[in-house]
Write a protein that binds this ligand. Structure first.
Ligand SMILES: Cc1ncc(COP(=O)(O)O)c(C=O)c1O
Length: 510
């Protein structure tokens, strides 16, 4: 297979480690296994490479990888092993696999659950849940309705990804309108925030607005939608409708004032608005943390105008911010909550918890072949039970308050020439870079810091325009336990060193 850089990708690892043989090799008449079913690695590599070079493939898997030279190998706790240009390396993963591994890699109890499902059911995936119920999914639905503190009587629908969950949330709001008074029945519009990320399928993409490239070329009017400024409790950079960078530095009351003005000027027809969707902390958008006061004002305003409130907890969810759900910090009562990513430990799975009155009433209105699979549901049950029994949300809160937050604020104080600000809750923090002279975001500088950090052994992901996000597993070693390492300390140390290195290597901060 050929990569975008023109080099051939040699399928090195899976056939060697797992014994799973790519059918392409068999087709080419190369069977590597000997009588014991074992593979001679050296022999295999050589032949595989030759084949890869000879195959004229003009189609290959599309990805948006961090770097095509990195290949995933395995993980344990907060560390991952990767192959970088063929060399095995160990990195601390400050991203928890894009917030899927809140419980850390290689979780033994999750592995046990997978084995148990296999033992009990023989067929781990089972009959599609929307066509035949299974005990694991029913148990999970019960657990989720109990754990998600929305005031209404609750119900759950399962889906397979964050975006699919968001679309189910949107449909729920349409359901509710179809059951409501004639006056409210035609509310078709949705409001989301600039900087928001809610997924990439065409419905969810109408709401997503964190980078212009996500929306370019695609219809983003699946339902007429408006974007408002995210009511952050700190200044931040964000793209506007035309893709230009805006610097937002509002006081808490200004967010609502702006929305009211838009309504008065007819830019938002509030009587046609069905629902508003919020992340409590924008993840992809740059780790922008909502102001409690501004968010509450907005929610109150929307509610008083008959607008439903959806909360996207896909990235913030399940303990990361110091509570099981981030919305619990803000004392708001959403109608719909969308959960995914860490819910099933990275197994494709999402769940939407909603006010039961909004639910579907007729067969055929909603379904999804793979949603609520026994395996995904069993994993999710185990995730929830570990989060609860090990009090991991509290641990995330403590580490965020005592260790990560203060350390990042010290870095910000030490390097005011490059750090704009630090924001976050629990184990979800961001550090934004800028050039204070030009007051512009320092994206290239941020990229350099990420690169330097990887050389020094920590994998950071970027977010927003010039932010690094720090979202490690909630189980990360902090040096305070009897056993285990201090990966959180490593993250902080490497971040500091990488900022220093980037300052040395970049003459102009940009
Ligand atoms: C807050 C939020 N919503 C929705 C999504 C979309 O999830 P998925 O990629 O599973 O469709 C993401 C993914 O990063 C996310 O962070």
């Amino acid at each position: 297979m050929r990569r975008s850089d023109g080099n051939f990708l040699t399928p090195r690892h899976p056939p060697l480690e797992s014994g799973i043989v790519n059918p392409l090799f068999l087709k080419k008449g190369v069977d590597m296994s000997n009588a014991n079913g074992m593979v001679n690695k050296a022999d295999f590599s050589e032949k595989a490479e030759k084949i890869a070079r000879n195959i004229k493939q003009d189609r290959y898997a599309f990805t948006t990888v961090i770097d095509p030279n990195l290949v995933w190998l395995d993980g344990k706790g907060s560390r991952i092993s990767i192959s970088e240009n063929g060399q095995r390396r160990s990195l601390v993963d400050a991203s928890a696999g894009v917030c899927t591994k809140n419980l850390g890699y290689g979780n033994e109890r999750i592995k046990k659950v997978i084995r148990q499902v296999l033992m009990n059911q023989k067929e781990v995936f089972g009959y599609p849940f929307h066509d035949m119920e299974n005990d694991y999914a029913l148990d999970l639905a019960w657990a989720l309705t109990e754990l998600t503190p929305i005031k209404a009587e609750r119900e759950v629908v399962f889906a397979n990804s964050g975006a699919e969950g968001v679309e189910a949330a949107v449909k729920l709001c349409y359901n509710a309108r179809s059951k409501s008074s004639r006056r409210n029945r035609n509310r078709k519009d949705f409001i989301a925030c600039y900087g928001a990320f809610h997924g990439r399928t065409l419905g969810a993409l109408s709401l997503t607005c964190s980078k212009p490239i996500q929306r370019e070329n695609y219809p983003t009017n699946a339902f007429t939608n408006y974007h408002i400024h995210f009511p952050a409790n700190h200044p931040y950079f964000v793209y506007d409708d035309s893709g230009d960078v805006q610097f937002i530095d509002y006081g808490a009351s200004e967010y609502l004032e702006e929305v009211k003005l838009a309504c008065r000027k007819g830019k938002i027809d509030i009587d046609s608005v069905n629902a508003v969707i919020f992340e409590m902390i924008q993840g992809e958008g740059g780790i922008n943390v909502a102001s409690r006061e501004a968010l509450q004002d907005l929610v109150r305003f929307f509610r008083s105008n008959g607008v439903y409130v959806i909360v996207d907890e896909i990235q913030t969810g399940l303990g990361r911010t110091g509570k099981m759900f981030a919305f619990e910090h803000f004392n708001i009562d959403p109608d719909v909550v969308v959960i995914s990513k860490s819910l099933a430990y990275g197994f494709p799975f999402s769940a939407v918890v909603y006010d039961a009155k909004m639910g579907w009433t007729q067969k055929g209105q909603q379904s999804s072949t793979f949603a609520g699979s026994p395996l995904g549901s069993a994993i999710a049950l185990e995730v929830l039970s570990q989060l609860t029994s090990e009090n991991l949300p509290q641990r995330a809160y403590d580490l965020g308050e005592r260790v990560l937050g203060p350390a990042l604020r010290t870095i910000a104080q030490d390097y005011p020439d490059v750090v704009h600000n630090v924001r976050g809750m629990g184990l979800m923090h961001g550090i934004e870079f800028w050039n204070p002279n030009t007051r512009k975001p320092a994206r290239h500088f941020r990229d350099e810091v990420v690169l330097q950090a990887r050389k020094l052994g920590v994998l950071f992901l970027d977010a927003g325009i010039s932010t690094i996000r720090i979202t490690p597993p909630l189980t990360i070693g902090s040096g305070s336990e009897d056993k285990g390492g201090n990966e959180l300390g490593t993250i902080i140390k490497v971040l500091t060193e990488s900022i220093r290195a980037a300052r040395r290597s970049m003459k102009r901060i940009q």
